[in-house]
Design a protein around this ligand. Structure first.
Ligand SMILES: C[S@@+](CC[C@H](N)C(=O)[O-])C[C@H]1O[C@@H](n2cnc3c(N)ncnc32)[C@H](O)[C@@H]1O
Length: 316
């Protein structure tokens, strides 16, 4: 049967969506939900071999504060849309717990993509990244020297895209990770033991301060569902400025048309919405149209795995 639904009923202005939002806004219900969800998340991750609490403890004991001072740009002012709770952390991405748990959360997310297969978390993570890289191999820029990974978080996406092109092209790739959270960047820097990423930049993606036409590839991996649509569009314009002619902006994120996403059980979509404040905006946003308005030639939108879509836009 053909699936014509462009978005899940639990997002946007539908009755179900409004009901879920009301539930989330009811503080006592939300507080209980948040605690329960967190317990289940950690328990499931650890059952699958992801050392969630151990990793957090190791970071807590690591003296990472010094690294934050090194990466933080003191002139940054944080926009309102960013200073809201995300992922059940009251301080959103601007706190240590979020940064210390981001790796484990990213590995858990990859495992959820193929729930019916027996995969280690490492294999799931590799497969998640490969599905994005495969679309790029077919539809991305023909040769890549400079890569900017926007919303790099703790650097998992940055290292994966760097290694992919470095291996494909036999070295000679310069990769930069950019994020608005100095906590995430500090963890990214500590994790990048071999120093293969050229720079970790603390900046707003919509106003990077980087030089015009300095990259062939700009990536946004699992970032735009965390943004209000006008900011996504502002970032597209900034990416267009940063790309060389022939260069591409490539994104992977939740696929509003995915039957898995559309048919999530109520508990899961309620939890997902409660921890992602810009969900309604994201799931009802015409991303391809925004790419065109920002100057891009849209190349493809591909369901790159059962839950996610990859979009590529090119600067002519
Ligand atoms: C879900 S994480 C991305 C994960 C990572 N790219 C990966 O694939 O594993 C989203 C990241 O986007 C960052 N972010 C959100 N808004 C941003 C903005 N306006 N400028 C720069 N980074 C932003 C957040 O701080 C967060 O680290």
């Amino acid at each position: 049967m053909v699936n014509n639904k462009v978005k899940p009923d639990w997002a946007g202005d539908d009755k179900l969506s409004r009901f879920v939002n009301l539930l989330i806004q009811t503080k006592p219900i939300y507080s209980v939900m948040k605690i329960q969800a967190r317990k289940v998340l950690i328990k499931t991750a650890e059952k699958n071999g992801i050392p969630w609490r151990e990793t957090r403890k190791a970071y807590e004991a690591s003296g990472i504060d010094q690294t934050l001072t090194e990466v933080a740009n003191p002139s940054i002012t944080y926009p309102d849309y960013y200073q809201v709770p995300f992922h059940a952390y009251d301080e959103g991405n601007l706190c240590w717990p979020a940064a210390f748990e981001a790796e484990s959360a990213t590995h858990s997310m990859a495992l959820r993509v193929w729930p019916d297969e027996v995969l280690t978390w490492q294999a799931a993570q590799d497969r998640l990244r490969s599905s994005f890289h495969e679309v790029l191999a077919q539809h991305g820029p023909s040769s890549v020297h400079d890569i900017l990974d926007i919303g790099c978080s703790v650097g998992i996406s940055t290292r994966a895209i760097h290694d992919y092109y470095a291996q494909k092209q036999g070295g000679s790739v310069r990769t930069v990770g950019l994020d608005l959270s100095p906590h995430m960047l500090a963890v990214a820097k500590v994790k990048d033991e071999g120093g293969r990423i050229s720079q970790w930049i603390h900046a707003k993606a919509e106003d990077t301060g980087l030089t015009d036409s300095s990259f062939e590839l700009v990536t946004m991996q699992f970032v735009i569902h965390e943004l209000p649509r006008h900011i996504t569009e502002a970032i597209f314009k900034e990416a267009y400025r940063l790309l060389r002619p022939g260069g591409c902006l490539a994104m992977v994120d939740n696929n509003p048309q995915s039957p898995v996403i559309q048919n999530l059980p109520p508990v899961l979509f309620t939890l997902m919405k409660s921890t992602e404040p810009w969900s309604d905006d994201y799931y009802t946003f015409d991303v391809e149209a925004a790419l065109i308005r920002s100057g891009f030639e849209p190349v493809v939108t591909i369901a790159s795995d059962p839950r996610h879509r990859t979009l590529v836009g090119r600067k002519l």
